[in-house]
Structure formats: structure tokens, C-alpha cells
Design a protein. Sequence first.
Length: 599
Amino acid sequence: MKFTKLSRYFVAFVVFSVLCAQSGCLACTLSNRAGAQAEQKDWWQTAQFYQIYPRSFQDSDGDGIGDLKGITSRLQYLKDIGVTAAWLSPIFKSPMVDFGYDIADFYEIQAEYGTMDDFRELISKANALGLKIILDFVPNHSSNESEWFKKSLKRERGYEDYYVWHDGKLDEDGKRIPPSNWLQAFRGSAWEWREERQQYYLHQFAVQQADLNYRNPAVVEQMKRIIRFWLDQGVAGFRVDAVPVLFEVEPDENGQYPDEPVSGNTDDKDDRAYLKNDLIENRPETIDMVYQWRQVMDDYQRIHGGDTRVLLIETYAPAAYTMQMYGNRTVEGAHLPFNFNLITVLKQGVSASYVQLAVDEWLKNMPARRTANWVIGNHDQRRAASRYGVQRTDAMNMLVMTLPGASVTYQGEELGMIDGEISWEDTVDPAACNSNKDIYENFTRDPSRTPFQWTAGTNAGFSNASKTWLPLAPDYQTLNVDVENSSANSHLKIYKSLIELRKSSKTLQDGSYKYKALENNFFALKRYLTGEDTLVYIANFGNDTSTVDLQQDFDVLLPAAMTLTISSLDSTKTSGSEINTKSLSLAAGEALILSGPAN
Ligand code: GLC
Ligand code: MG
């Protein structure tokens, strides 16, 4: 028959199509994915991340220390403000020398924070609300009270080389001294002698935080096991701690570690900044380890399905190093290496030109097709409102939410919380305790770790204990969630409307950008996308009221009048009103988001 051949092809085609539809065969899935990718970003690319410092978020059992049940009871708040995913500082078993960053058992929950069941409850409540939970992964070191360390101390089989041990060397008088001049982050030598083993071990942080030896494959494998263990518990990914210090230079041919040259940055010989630290930070091997962790996470997803599990990396490092964390053309790395530029660059001064520098440094160095992100605070820095100036609270929150990519909030930034006042007697941070009464304020991180301010009541609604682990910041009666929710306008309300805008605006999610520091300390950012509203962020970073012509100084394509969408708390301009872009006067710290037709 004439049609036989043709109809056979037809039948084959139908069968093939049905199979494709059922199994999602490779060819079909790939083309779908490519199509979908162009339109829709993956969840983390436009996400609003929120850092919880568990010790200070909500106490449920009256011991003055925040805990997991406390967090669970406040998940609704995160949902209400519009957060996508929360990352939790460490919740694992720890002697709490560095408040959880000294982990004694990576597979267990710290008892004062709760139990594994409490954690499961947290995950399931979060999932029910559509919130993702990300854990802190602290791969560089363990507590010196961990079983691993105890075994290593005794040279037990399999654990001999779990840490970085060394005999040290002899000085001119034949006295034993540490292997090198390396300094720890919290002042003093990075080497600690142990009688039991007759050797020194390396600790880039406190004495109680022993550096794991990443040149030992057993350690590498153990840490990957930890990643899989917590993925099995349903976490959406990890924030990875202190990544740049994972590897140190290898010993020379005589088995000795070279000394670090002096940096010339400070005369304080105990301060880590006294040395250059190129031998103990930002080593190439570290980058490969990040790629390996990404592989573990991608493999996990391939096997178990579900949403993308994300890798967020803590790197305070030069751009050339940090950008490699993203991966390259052949290998994937971190989804988001944290961008701390708005913290570090603006320490030189808070001004429009430093904002421009901070933004440039990221966007101009970021490899193609990667996602940017913006961070203005965390538990290691003074609070954003105190660092940038209270009058710039909204200007900064507006900035991180209108720049392209993901944005990150440290708990309390949405309220404009400021630093707590911590006396020498009250300070507990090892970075401060290892110094002295006269200089501790330069090092203490406690001011940004004071309890979260929920209400004007006892302990700001954080705890009903008679004493909280750190004192409350003095302003909690006037600055808290309750007050900000019930006032007509507040930092919190502005924050919420910013997240709403991010969620509804295709321009913010997918649009192009243009930005510039203008005369008189104005910073302008335009986001635009074909067929969608154009949005303009404009802020006065100066200390005086000034006027700007946005058309002439920033972008001739802007319309002469734009609509005011969101404004900072002190602004006297009315939302929804028409704003003259040719002559726009802004008070010190005032910031606006304007919208107009596509252009
Ligand atoms: C990271 C943490 C910090 C901690 C250090 C050591 O920098 O953010 O809080 O002290 O690592 O783990
Ligand atoms: Mg508690």
C-alpha cells in the first residue's frame, strides 16, 4: 500500500510523543527547561533571604536564650513580611565559645536550642507556610571538645590527621616555638600546643576552634556526609562559614610552614591584620572544594528531586577570588557567594560614590549569567542602621531590594534596629574577650547580637527570663515589631512594601539596570524591561537637602513626571503623587522609588 511507510512513521511518532510526555525524555525536557529558563528564574535568583541568629530571635522556655521552638513560633512573622528563605546561624551541639561556630557534634542539635524533633517540627511548619530553611555549615573547624578532636589528640586510627598538627620549631635558645608566626582571627597565635600529642594544632579562629585538615580525604568525605545528612532533614541549602580559610599553604620541603610577611596595616602584633595572611587565606584548593560541595548538592537533587538546594558562601575576599566561587564555564560553584561590598566598601565612608564603587565591584566582575546578591549586615558586623546612619535605614533597604539579584536581610534590619550597648562586663564574644577593657569595642560583635525586639513588654517579648544572654538594646520600647506594625508608617511597613514590589515587578526580577552616583551625593538606579514599568531608585546620601535633575544628570529617557511608589519614612512626599524628575529635592537620607511607563 501506498501509505504504509508513511503511516508507520506516523505511528512511531505518536508512540514517541506519548513516551516523551510520560517519561519526560531528555530531548523534550531540555527544550522545556531552556524555554522556561528564559521566562522564569529559579526561586533563589529573586529570593529575599533572611538571617536568623537563633540565640537572639525568640526564647520559648524562659532561659534567656533563643531556641528552635521560638523560631517555629515566629515563622508566621517571616511569612507576613514576605521572606522566601531563612538561614540560621549554627544550631548544632557546641560549647558555645564562639556561640555555635565551635561545633562539637555536627549531627546533633544544641540542647539549649532544642531537639531533633523540634528541628523537624520547624522544617515541617516552615514548609507548610512555603518558607525555606537554610542551615549554617561550618566546614573549616570543629570544637576542640568534639570526639574527632579527642581521638586526634590520642592519634586514634583514622583520626591522626584530622586536624593540622605540627611539631613546631626551635628558636636560637633551643626553646620550642610555634611552627610559624600565623595569627588567629581573635587575637594571638594561630597555633596551640598540646602536651598529650607533643604537637601544635592550627586554629584560624579561637583556640577552641581547631582547623580541620582538608588535605585528608577522610575529612573531605566526613564533611560531605554532613551536607547529605541535613539535606535528608529537608533543608533548602547551606550558608557556608569562613570559606576562604579552608586551606593553608603546604609545608616546604623541610616540612616547615613559611611565616606570613607583615602587612604594615597596624602596629598591634596580636591583631590578625598585622600580617598579610596570603598563605592562610584565599588558596586555590578552597575553590575546588566549593565546586565539590555543589556537586554533592546537585547530585542530591538529581536523586531526590524537589526545588534547587542552594549554596551561599561566606567570603570576605578580593573580587578576583570571590568570583571564582560562582564556578566557571565548565563547572558550577556556589549559587551565591555573599556580596559584602556594601558593608566593606562603605566602611571607608557612606556616600553615593562609595555605593557606586561597591555596586561596580560586584556587577563588573561577576561572570556572565550569574546572579548578584546584596548584603548590608550580619552577626559579625555592627547593625546596618548604626553603621550607615539611622536616617539612611530605608535608603539602604530600598537599595538592596531594587538592585538586580537576590537580597539578604539580617534580623532586625527590617525594623531599623540599632546596636545594643554592651559593657566590658557584659561582652561575651571571644573577639572582644581576648582583648581588653580599653579596646574591646573595636572587636566586639555583641552589639548586633542583642535580642530581637518584638514588643515593648518584658525583654521586648523575646524571653520571660529574668536575665537574657545579652542585654536588650535600650530603645526596644519604642522600636519593635508591635509598634511598627501598628503605626501608620514605619521601617517595617516600608520593608514589606519593598518585598511586595519585588514579588510583583517583572522589571525588578528580570529587568536591565543602569546606576550612577550623581552630584551632591545622590545615587540613582534605573531598572527597565520591555513592556514593563520602569522603576527608579533615588537617594540622597549627603547630610543636606539637595536638588537633582534626573533627566539631565542621570537619564534623558526618563519622563518629566514619575509616580512615587515607595518613600523613606521621613519623606514628606505622598505616595502615588507625581514627582517632577527635572527638579527633585530630597532631604538628607531621603530615598524614593518612582515608577513610570516603559522606556
Ligand atoms: C564566620 C562567622 C563568625 C565566626 C567565624 C568562625 O566568619 O560568621 O561569626 O566567628 O566564622 O566560625
Ligand atoms: Mg530558650
